[in-house]
Design a binder for this molecule. Sequence first.
Ligand code: HSE
Length: 419
Amino acid sequence: MKSKSSKRIGIFGFGCVGQGLHDVLQDNPHLSVARICVRDKEKLRTLPSHSFTYNPQELLQDDSIDLFAELISDPKEALLIVRQALKAGKTIVSANKKMVSENLQELLALQQEFGGTLLYEAAVCGSIPILRTLEAYYGTEPLQEVSGILNGSSNYILSKLDSEGISYAEALAEAQALGFAEADPTLDVCGYDALHKISLIAAHAFGAVIKPEQVLRAGIQHIRKQDIALAQALGARIRLVASARLNKNNMLELQVLPTLVFPDSELYYVEAEFNGVQLQARYAGDQFLKGRGAGSHPTGSAVWADVSAALAGYKYSYPKFKYDADENLRPVPLEEEDVLKVYLRTTNPNLLPEVPWLELTTFGEDPHVGQLVGAIRRKDLLLYLPALKQTMAFIAQLPASVSAEQVVNASNIVLEEVA
Ligand code: HSE
């Protein structure tokens, strides 16, 4: 039973997250779903047809609705909905990380001009309350680093390759069937989804509004069993790690890269669709948050939390933003000179471009496979990454403490095991 004083929510989208929100709201007598706007009239639904509308304006122009939840996958349509709601000074919560991260400045300006509210906790790490933690708890304390596993689907795939030895295609199909993957799963496996999430984290943690091309990004789409076996022989696991780190010169290092993690890292133990975020704060020290990063109910839970907070008047304050005298947002300088150590394997070694490696060790006996460990400046990797990706290379960051010799030895162990 819903109480008479219950607030009415208009929902856009009834996919994995929309259904999850609908389910979790059954537990809340103070919130009722007005209507749900969906696109496909023919699709079989779990609710009676009168629960749905096919016209977004029926929701957007209904003044009896207290708040909207935008949970569709198309970022262009999502932007139109959120824009219109904010222009009307309304409150809306969204789970669309691509839409929010790519349009953050406009969405902030609309809130300032028209007085509406946009919250998007569900867009970053599913059920982990990372944005609220950054805003409410770390709003004043300087942070050195926020990094971790931000994409449940790729983590699910990597865990399954590591522990069950199933194929990449099978693991991806499972992640899709379980509702973890995006409608377009290349967003997950190529690292775009983690990039959108780390961009939003960078805004709240460091006051940085960043462009996607400023972030070093590689995904797991070209990983092979051989790479998993190599990591295992080194005593490591491969995880897709996104990080935003302020170095000692107050410059931000940003990246989304497959990374070898060892048992001394919390990320080593993050399995399946779970996400894990490590924070390094100047005074609090290290913290680690772990939880379900994808899935219907965990994400529905995050939307529910935003809905409740928004109804109570909560807004993000972006406490780390800094402005100049003309009230323009001051950009955070990005680090370009630091050096990364990477492992690369490609089945097209003849296509590898001339790259300004600072150190380079090539290895392997198969003429059809190129393998290397190289050290390279961040700005050079940013520049050459598109050409490296064209060789279908799998690229992973190695901790500075792992030597090329150790990697070569591990590769020899893998070869002996196969032989
Ligand atoms: N596709 C996303 C993931 C869903 O796998 O993490 C949650 O944002």
